[in-house]
Design a protein around this ligand. Structure first.
Ligand SMILES: O=C(O)/C=C(\CC(=O)C(=O)O)C(=O)O
Length: 306
């Protein structure tokens, strides 16, 4: 099927620079997507955007160039609950990718088992209104109960202003819970102000909650952008991400978010995004946890010794 990209769509950055920051051996890009290709894996009818294609081969080439060993591929809303592109990428990854799917209440146990065999280890619940239609919480809780039995976890995506009303639902989830992009803080507000404090309290009160400290390019308001060799990109996001990394070093993950859906302003150079990491995880010990130990414990526990 032929698809027309959403008007104004920014395609992912071609020819990213070689990062100056040397990733630790075994580093995991724990948040990235595959899109289509639409001809092979059509985008979902209920999607809110139509992206450019971003294939598994292109993702694996980026992984190798940047120096990552593994990927965690997260189902994006443009594929709805049709996880075929995700599963295909996992099956062709030589065991170097695991996945987070989107499922509906009607998913069969056989389908869940097949996804597990392919490497899916979580489901994503998306509460960002521009991306998805509302799903009733009882349906999500039912799904969470079923996937908990497989040892999977729940990834949640929401915006900071919505945390108070979602708090009780999130706190009741029976699995490890991973928050995408620190719950999308408004970084024009102070890092020690009430909004971000509420997020930190959410993590303190719920020891099963982890956070991705990813997507500075999405959260930043003042830049500078990760382009043209910039080594100090997205300064306004640094205090937020660093705060989470330093307070919860064993519950943080990092990912590129390639191919960066729905960015409106610019498309970052992924090599320079990797150079952002030491600004938020300044020591080798924090980097090892963020990039290797934590994602391995969550996604490849059978390969973790001890
Ligand atoms: O890539 C991300 O994590 C963020 C997205 C897209 C998304 O989540 C989706 O389509 O599922 C966004 O903020 O538009």
């Amino acid at each position: 099927m032929q698809f027309q990209k959403t008007p104004g769509w920014l395609d992912w950055y071609q020819g990213p620079s070689q990062p100056r920051f040397k990733l630790p051996a075994g580093a995991v890009d724990a948040h990235c997507h595959v899109f289509g290709p639409g001809e092979e894996f059509p985008y979902a009818p209920e999607r809110k955007y139509t992206p450019c294609d971003a294939s598994k081969q292109q993702l694996f080439a980026l992984r190798d160039q940047l120096g990552f060993a593994r990927n965690v591929i997260v189902q994006a809303t443009c594929h709805g609950a049709d996880n075929r592109a995700l599963v295909d990428a996992l099956l062709h990854s030589d065991g170097k990718a695991r996945g987070v799917a989107t499922v509906r209440r009607d998913v069969s146990d056989e389908a869940l088992q097949a996804m597990h065999a392919a490497g899916v280890r979580g489901v994503r619940f998306n509460f960002v209104k521009r991306l998805v239609d509302f799903t009733p919480k009882d349906e999500l809780m039912e799904i969470a109960g079923r996937i908990a039995k497989l040892g999977w976890h729940v990834v949640i995506y929401f915006e900071a202003v919505d945390l108070p009303q979602l708090w009780d639902f999130f706190s009741g989830l029976p699995t490890t819970v991973v928050v995408d992009h620190m719950g999308r803080p408004d970084v024009s507000k102070p890092v020690d102000g009430p909004e971000f404090e509420l997020f930190l309290k959410f993590m303190r009160d719920n020891p099963n909650v982890w956070s991705k400290v990813s997507c500075p390019e999405r959260l930043s308001l003042s830049g500078p952008k990760a382009l043209d060799g910039e080594q100090a990109a997205y300064r306004d996001v640094v205090p937020f991400a660093r705060r989470v990394v330093e307070e919860f070093p064993d519950r943080v993950l990092w990912g590129t978010d390639w191919p960066h859906p729905n960015l409106k302003d610019h498309m970052p150079d992924d090599g320079l995004l990797v150079d952002f990491i030491p600004h938020i995880a300044p020591t080798a010990e924090l980097q090892q946890k963020l990039l290797v130990d934590n994602p391995m414990r969550l996604y490849w526990p059978e390969q973790v010794k001890g």
